[in-house]
Design a protein around this ligand. Structure first.
Ligand SMILES: [Zn+2]
Length: 493
């Protein structure tokens, strides 16, 4: 990178990029302005951009940006004691945008000059989930040691107040020695050291931010994707499955495209078509696979799982309604067992729900409601209450879930309105499950809407995501085989 390039003022594109990638749900810092304001008001962002350029030129950071608000966040569930919390600093969004640009430039500089060895350094590298990569390596080593009955020593080091214990002057020194980073260090890093710290121990702050912060720890940067928990027990129990999952998520499977990059094959082509055989292509966008029905099959595996969960919920509701009411008498001193939670949600509003799924027979919206060529994946009808729920499932590449949701919603909008005109209370819920086994938030939302909550909801989501994961594994194994044969042996999945 040339000296002039790193010194240039922040560009409009850089500013937009930072704001676009920022999470809307991030809690605003002392300025009280959340990212969403800048996301929605480009005009305002333009003004901010002008300010950022002036600040960059003058090399003086606004005083307000140097203030951080300390918020206590729980380290574990049901935290009560103050030692179970740690403080995190909230900085004003305006300053965060500025520092993000600075940090991107420094990262770019370090990468271009090969100052970072990514085989050792995993944290803080864009696109590299540090913890999981380290965990993966260590798991593999432990496993090898176990199998080979060898000795193995792991040293875990946990720094107390890791960030606070960094000698910041050392960073400046290292940058100066490595490559004369130029004037950027003056507006940025040195001012960082002057960050004033205001600690607010307000208890309501702790409560209020608890749930928000839980979401901040999302596993990846995918939007609207439900987080998955993988425990050590999972890793031990089903090592190959988890390894495959991790490999698909980080795109390190030997796909034709990767093999080509690794210098192990002549061509990156897909085994079925002439396209570039990336994992994304193989699992979600190969025209030949689409034509052969591979993706339809994948979709139907997940659909089956979702439909089974909904059928179970409908059955439970019916059973619940038919159960005769009994009065339980208590002996003196005996404690009453807590009543089962009152069922809420759409399914609780009728007892004659009929679920139809577009699997074995062609699903059609009953002509008594309306006549249409559209065939959603599932319909749930209650004749007595004149309610209709349309569910449309998309199994897509995780990054494309939002797009799929909007597309499907638009596709069915007219039909929904028509059904409503016919006097039916109608809802259409597009659901997404990622092909690598991650549930879209839309899936959780739909279950909640139906009244499938708590353990039942967790089970339903698990069954859908596991179905997606299993089917993906099958598609991967059979990627170069004729589908007619592979589909015929699918029972082996
Ligand atoms: Zn292809």
């Amino acid at each position: 990178m040339t000296d002039t390039k790193q010194k240039r003022e922040p560009s409009w594109i850089e500013v937009q990029e930072v704001v676009r990638k920022a999470r809307s749900a991030s809690i605003p810092g002392p300025s009280g302005v959340p990212y969403i304001v800048y996301k929605r008001c480009p005009q305002l962002l333009r003004h901010l951009w002008k300010c950022l350029r002036v600040i960059w030129r003058k090399g003086r950071i606004a005083k307000q940006w140097r203030y951080a608000e300390g918020v206590w966040i729980p380290k574990e569930e049901n935290s009560i004691n103050i030692s179970q919390f740690r403080v995190t600093s909230l900085v004003s969004v305006e300053g965060k945008i500025f520092f993000s640009i600075l940090s991107r430039r420094i990262t770019e500089f370090l990468f271009k000059n090969n100052y970072i060895d990514t085989s050792v350094q995993k944290g803080g590298i864009p696109g590299v989930p540090g913890c999981l990569e380290h965990t993966g390596v260590i798991t593999q080593l432990i496993r090898e040691a176990r199998e080979g009955k060898g000795d193995f020593t792991v040293l875990w080091l946990d720094l107390a107040n890791a960030y606070g214990s960094i000698p910041h002057n050392l960073i400046v020194l290292a940058l100066q020695q490595h490559g004369k980073y130029g004037s950027i260090e003056s507006p940025g890093i040195q001012r960082w050291q002057q960050l004033a710290y205001r600690c607010e121990q307000a208890e309501n702050g702790v409560q209020k931010n608890h749930w928000k912060w839980q979401r901040q720890g999302a596993w990846t940067k995918w939007d609207n994707v439900q987080q998955r928990k993988i425990t050590w027990a999972d890793i031990w129990k089903d090592f190959h499955r988890i390894r495959f999952l991790v490999q698909t998520v980080y795109d390190v499977l030997p796909s034709p495209a990767n093999l080509h990059v690794w210098g192990k094959s002549e061509t990156p082509s897909c085994p079925l078509c002439s396209g570039r055989g990336s994992l994304k292509h193989l699992l979600s966008s190969c025209p030949k696979s689409l034509g052969e029905g591979r993706y339809r099959w994948h979709h139907d595996q997940v659909l089956k799982a979702v439909a089974e969960s909904i059928a179970t919920a409908i059955k439970a509701i019916k059973g619940h309604h038919h159960k005769p009411k009994t009065i339980k008498f208590l002996r003196a001193g005996e404690k009453a067992h807590p009543q089962p939670r009152v069922k809420i949600g759409l399914l609780a509003t009728a007892t004659d729900w009929q679920l139809e799924v577009d699997l074995d027979k062609r699903l059609k919206i009953p002509t008594r409601i309306t006549s249409t060529q559209l065939r959603p994946d599932m319909i749930i009808v209650s004749n007595s209450t004149k309610q209709l729920i349309l569910l449309e499932l998309t199994v897509s590449w995780e990054e494309r879930m939002d797009e799929a949701n909007e597309r499907k919603r638009a596709k069915y909008q007219e039909l929904v309105e028509e059904c409503r005109r016919q006097g039916w209370q109608t809802r259409c819920e597009p659901l997404e499950v990622g092909c690598r086994g991650f549930a879209g938030r839309s899936l959780c939302k739909a279950f909640r809407l139906l009244g499938v909550t708590g353990e039942a909801k967790r089970k339903a989501i698990r069954s859908a995501t596991e179905a997606a994961e299993r089917a993906t594994r099958w598609l991967w194994i059979k990627r170069a085989e004729p589908w007619a044969v592979a589909a015929g042996t699918q029972a082996g999945v």
